[in-house]
Design a protein around this ligand. Sequence first.
Ligand code: HEC
Ligand code: HEC
Ligand code: HEC
Ligand code: HEC
Length: 431
Amino acid sequence: MANPLKKRYLLIFFITALITVGITLLLVNIFEKKQEANLYPSVFKPVGDHETDPKVWGENFPFEYDTYKKTETNEGATQYGGSDNYQKLEKYPNLIQLFAGYPFSKDYREERGHYWAITDVKETKRVNEKTPNTCISCKSSQVLVDVEKMGTEAFYKAMFKDVGAHYDKGIGCLDCHNPKTMELRVSRPAFIEAMQRRGIDVTKASREQMRSYVCGQCHVEYYFKGDGKYLTFPWDKGLEVDSIEKYYDEYGFKDWDHETSGAPMIKMQHPEFETWSTGIHAKSGVTCVDCHMPYERMGSVKVTNHWIKSPLRNINNACQTCHKWSEGELANRVKTIQDRTYETMYKSELAILDAINTIKKAKDGGATDEQLKEARKLHRRAQLRWDFVAAENSMGFHSPQQTLKTLADAIDYARQSQLEAERLMKSVAVK
Ligand code: HEC
Ligand code: HEC
Ligand code: HEC
Ligand code: HEC
């Protein structure tokens, strides 16, 4: 039976609830507007063309500056990455034999945040009196100022101890942004030149392309060309490891002679851009920035988080915008890919070590350099592939299938090298 009093109470209850919701929404809205107003100051202070101090830029863009500064934070290691600059030679002792005769067998640290780039290059035992200035190219925004002042060739030709060693700023706003317009820019000549040789005009890049190019100017494989130590990306034949090897073979390039096997070796350097470009995410238009600098909501605006780091520390913003899987599931997918890569990589290391030691035995047994040529060539081929994966910083995640193929080829070449050395040992012993 309807009770008029009960009806009236219900009505009052609903009206009160509506008013409460209304007031809450209004407050949220005011709060968001306030946050937006706080995000950027109302007066823009122009930044000079050579402003290398992120703090000065930060006066205009406090959110970006605050998050950029966090690249100083050490959140500890993830299973295969993270911001802890631990000594890799302790965690992976095979590296000492694999890099025998090369400075990477003396000091090889895990990378960390951009803030540290200048400190870490000055501290590594790999630099010395004879280090060319080229090695500072991707470590500091002060590079841009001196490249303009000195000219690109003279900049590379100089010695690190005379130029780069005196820098005090790491990677900063100037490396990625045009100070007048704040647009993304590629500031490093080597990337522009390498793309030009492949028929790509970087100045015509779309915004989406720029969201990977801006990282690709540093996170790549490179070498120092000729006596001028001219920084060059080996991309003329393509970005896959097979094309890069062909390029180096034709040019007759080597970084060092392996101390144990005597093979002419190539050291690969962090080929993130190349690896990413062969993967499913690149093919689907997903850029470095989508995962490593995801948007954050500040009130009703979206801003770019400048705390560049391992996406495993930020799965919610880095992956869940596109993938509806749970955080645990996403972490697990990454772990599965990385563990499979690591296990296969480890097997390739053992195969390469077998090749190295068998070549040494053949040599000690009397095989000549001429006879050992083929086994050494195969050692080089195996190890540059292993290193293309080992020096890349995602442990296979950036391109899982291509990475496993690269490792399969590495194992194959290593065992071929070992077989060839064994064959030699027998033939030398018979004589
Ligand atoms: C689909 C997401 C995604 C894209 C796109 C992506 N990455 Fe990554 N990246 C990852 C994940 C996941 C890891 C593994 C992190 C770990 O092991 O802690 C990683 C690792 C890295 C690392 C090592 C981080 C560390 O903590 O040691 C670097 C450097 C890196 N990526 C650079 C790049 C660059 C440069 C690009 C573009 C050319 C790119 N990434 C594109 C997801 C992505
Ligand atoms: C001017 C060169 C340069 C540019 C441009 C650059 N990086 Fe880096 N990046 C570096 C260097 C050098 C390090 C290693 C610093 C160290 O270990 O001291 C690094 C480290 C990193 C790391 C590891 C961070 C950690 O906490 O372990 C990630 C991830 C990364 N970069 C991603 C990117 C992405 C994404 C972009 C593009 C938006 C980019 N980088 C642009 C040179 C660069
Ligand atoms: C490693 C490269 C890199 C560095 C260093 C860097 N930025 Fe950015 N910044 C980006 C990228 C990538 C975007 C996204 C641009 C896009 O998608 O068009 C961005 C966007 C921005 C934007 C546009 C608003 C937003 O948040 O999306 C501002 C403002 C900005 N950055 C300021 C700064 C300031 C200030 C610094 C130095 C403290 C800085 N950036 C350092 C790469 C960088
Ligand atoms: C901007 C959107 C976007 C972001 C951000 C993104 N992904 Fe993806 N991801 C895709 C697309 C698109 C594919 C291709 C498959 C598809 O169409 O579903 C894909 C595929 C994958 C696959 C399947 C790969 C394979 O080889 O089959 C995995 C695993 C994955 N993503 C994990 C991640 C993780 C982990 C992150 C965060 C670090 C992430 N993704 C960030 C869009 C994204």
